[in-house]
Design a protein around this ligand. Structure first.
Ligand code: THU
Length: 142
């Protein structure tokens, strides 16, 4: 666990943005609202929330929603993501699909998990998804 006050200002902002955007989640089926804030290497912050669907399998997680939004804004290289989810125990870790999508644009992203009451844990994408698949010869895989 990380003491939120020990975070540097840009990481603290990322945590706050992830908590804020949770309120926009569309999660009437699970009632599990998740927010994500992604920081690009140019310092810009892009947010996303989960968007559920009556056909449950079409649900989009907050992390992938943030990636899609950032790419549409012209950003493709990321350095950190904060993920805010309900509850305080256990930590909510990104699902496998989101780990792979994040790896495409930030193979060693810093990952902050943010609990409902504002507790923060820190990890890295390499820790969460070792031996990542990258297309042979692609930039991301180098
Ligand atoms: N969800 C996310 O948005 N991100 C995660 O890291 C875990 C799960 C969403 C998907 C679904 O809308 C709800 O949480 C319950 O699984």
């Amino acid at each position: 666990m990380v003491e939120p006050n020990s975070l540097d200002p840009q990481d603290r902002l990322l945590v706050e943005e992830a908590r804020r955007i949770r309120e926009r989640a569309y999660s009437p089926y699970s009632n599990f609202a998740v927010g994500a804030a992604l920081r690009a290497t140019d310092g810009s912050v892009h947010v996303g929330c989960n968007v559920e669907n009556a056909s449950f399998g079409l649900t989009l997680c907050a992390e992938r929603s943030a990636v899609v939004s950032a790419v549409a804004q012209g950003c493709q290289q990321f350095e950190a993501i904060a993920i805010a989810a309900p509850g305080d125990d256990p930590w909510v870790w990104p699902c496998g699909a989101c780990r792979q999508v994040l790896a495409e644009f930030g193979p060693n992203l810093t990952v902050f998990l943010v609990s409902e009451s504002g507790k923060v844990a820190r990890s890295t994408l390499l820790e969460l998804l070792p031996h990542q698949f990258h297309f042979p010869g692609s930039e991301a895989g180098k």
